[in-house]
Ligand binder design. Structure first.
Ligand code: ATP
Ligand code: MG
Length: 563
């Protein structure tokens, strides 16, 4: 029974002054969440209903693939994180503290260490595997930039699941089960989503996918073409071809005083920006100076470059490269005393490069003939590139879930082994699989909201029906609304009944549109006069009428067909 007169739903006309993302504004205005501190949020009753609707869908799909729900604590002995190496490798994002005895502790930001330590203790033989273990638990992360309401918070609930298998084939099977479950989950919650290939990083993983919900507040960029979806962090595509000037017998110096940007040089020499080569000197960990080269109209992608180098890097300072290459603004590969890494998109031909001399460039430079190089794909894809002949587009999206093959990254340091059929101890193969219910809720707001407010997908809406009663207590229309409320409850639907006495029709309607329940019903004097109930499907705000007779059933049907 939910009567708005007794329910905590503090709607606001104004969004918080610091709110930029639509979901931040609307979830606060609709009375769903309230901020406690930076990146810290309380879910009010209606907001928590949405969160828990998402949780329930996730739970059902996890159980369907054989997941076993459990619960591990947030407060964790630092020792586990020391054993995995993450106590040192994770920076300030990890909350570290001490208990009263001075023992170092962490607040878990994820639970690989804890779950692996249990499995190390309890799994003995190959007969104990495979296992899928999961929980819904609070994660603590001292995010550098908490933002956008509940999209990026410092405390949030995550569903994290872990698979434990005998070998890589078992891990593949567990991974595929999670793809099935996740596809189901994101369909069922009603999001527009795609699964994209993502960076496995240098953590020893071998495959990773992210589930992305396209929306304006998204912090990721996703490259999309028919049959192709990848995080721009790792996306590969064929570059738009560039028209190169005719070759010449040997590079020739051209005077370009004061021209340091690609466009300035291209304009002066009347060539396309793509026929220049841009040079980036970087210092690679344990290796020193490397000159990375991409086409003039392309950009270096740091993650792809890190992966290609197999090591971290940083941009070199001028004092670190000037002597071995040339002065900043005019550097190029010809005659440079450093290894050159040339991007795959640089086709054979004659290019313009820096001449390694102040105020000068070279034209007619041909990779191979004029400088030695190694190749790698290190550029960021651009709109207009193609995959399989189809142009890609790049869209902002928010990550709502991800799946990751960990292999033995955690089982080895934490000693999670099993005895195979021959009694030999082998490391367990693991995968880890996260979902953020709060992100799903906020992404749904982002995707479907309009000027009037939220429009929840039916599956996660806080209520199914929003009944607006207009008459005063004791009036005939009010009696009718009360009776309809009772009938609606009997259909098994979750009904929010706006029975407030001191609120006018305009405010009731605008609150309903703000809250975004899929179907709104209105009972007022018009109902009495016409024998009809006004109904509105929130998505699209289409109005219609339902005959008073059998109205509860008709409303339930309307709800069933709503998006
Ligand atoms: P991001 O790149 O957005 O920081 P992440 O890679 O750190 O995400 P995971 O550690 O893989 O995320 O967490 C799994 C899921 O938990 C994410 O897909 C997302 O749905 C959710 N999540 C992660 N960080 C946050 C956060 N700060 N606030 C709310 N939800 C989060
Ligand atoms: Mg993160």
């Amino acid at each position: 029974m939910t009567r708005l007169s007794e329910y905590l739903l503090p709607t606001e006309k104004q969004a918080p002054a610091d709110a930029e993302a639509l979901s931040h504004k609307l979830m606060v205005r609709a009375g769903l969440v309230r901020q406690v501190g930076s990146g810290l949020w309380t879910y009010l009753p209606a907001g928590w209903r949405v969160h828990e609707n998402v949780v329930q869908i996730v739970r059902e799909e996890m159980d369907r693939i054989g997941g076993q729900e459990m619960l591990m604590p947030v407060l964790t002995p630092a020792e586990l994180w020391q054993r995995s190496g993450r106590y040192d490798s994770v920076g300030a994002e990890l909350f570290r503290l001490e208990d009263r005895r001075g023992a170092p502790m962490v607040l878990a930001m994820t639970h690989e260490e804890t779950v692996t330590s249990h499995v190390a203790q309890v799994v003995r033989s190959y007969r104990d595997l495979p296992l899928i273990l999961y929980h819904f638990q609070t994660k603590e992360r001292d995010e550098p930039r908490p933002r956008a309401g509940v999209l990026r918070t410092r405390e949030f609930i995550m569903k994290d699941a872990y698979t434990f298998d005998r070998d890589p084939e078992g891990l593949d099977a567990g991974y595929r089960k999670h793809i099935d479950a996740y596809d189901q989950i994101f369909d069922r919650v009603g999001l527009e989503w795609y699964r994209v290939e993502s960076d496995v990083g240098m953590m020893g993983g071998s495959a990773a996918h992210e589930y992305m919900a396209p929306c304006a507040a998204g912090e990721n960029d996703v490259a999309l073409a028919p049959g192709y979806a990848a995080n721009v962090e790792i996306a590969r595509a064929d570059a738009r071809p560039v028209e190169l000037p005719a070759g010449i017998a040997a590079p020739e110096e051209v005077h370009t005083p004061g021209l340091v940007t690609v466009q300035e040089v291209a304009d002066k020499l009347r060539v396309a920006a793509g026929s220049l080569l841009k040079a980036f000197p970087v210092i690679v960990e344990d290796r020193g100076l490397v000159l990375v080269i991409v086409r003039g109209d392309h950009r270096v992608n740091d993650i792809k470059l890190t992966n290609a180098l197999g090591a971290t890097f940083r941009p070199a300072r001028e004092d670190e490269f000037a002597e071995r290459i040339g002065p900043a603004g005019y550097i190029g590969p010809v005659g440079a005393d450093v290894p050159v890494l040339l991007d795959d998109a640089v086709e054979p031909g004659a290019y313009v490069t820096g001449a390694n001399r102040e105020g000068h460039h070279l034209r007619g430079v041909e990779p191979g003939r004029d400088f030695p190089f190694k190749r790698a794909d290190v550029r960021r894809v651009e709109p207009g590139d193609t995959v399989g002949g189809h142009a890609i587009r790049i869209e902002p999206a928010i990550e709502v879930g991800n799946i990751f093959k960990l292999n033995t990254r955690y089982s080895e340091p934490l000693g999670a082994t099993y005895l195979d059929e021959f009694g030999t101890a082998r490391p367990i193969y693991m995968g880890s699989y996260g979902i953020g219910p709060a992100r799903i809720a906020a992404a749904a707001v982002e995707q479907y909201a309009d000027e009037q407010g939220i429009s929840w997908p039916k599956a996660i809406a806080p209520f199914d029906l929003h009944l607006v009663g207009l008459g005063r207590a004791g009036s005939e229309e009010r009696e009718l609304a009360e009776r309809l409320y009772g009938e609606l409850l009997e259909t098994g639907l979750r009904v929010l009944y706006d029975d407030r006495e001191d609120v006018g029709p305009g405010s009731k309607f605008s609150d309903a549109e703000l809250l975004g329940v899929p179907v709104r019903l209105t009972v007022g004097r018009r109902t009495l006069a016409n024998g009809e109930i006004e109904a509105q499907v929130r998505r699209g705000r289409e109005d219609r009428t339902l005959p008073l007779d059998g109205a509860a059933q008709a409303a339930a049907d309307l709800w069933r067909n709503a998006p």
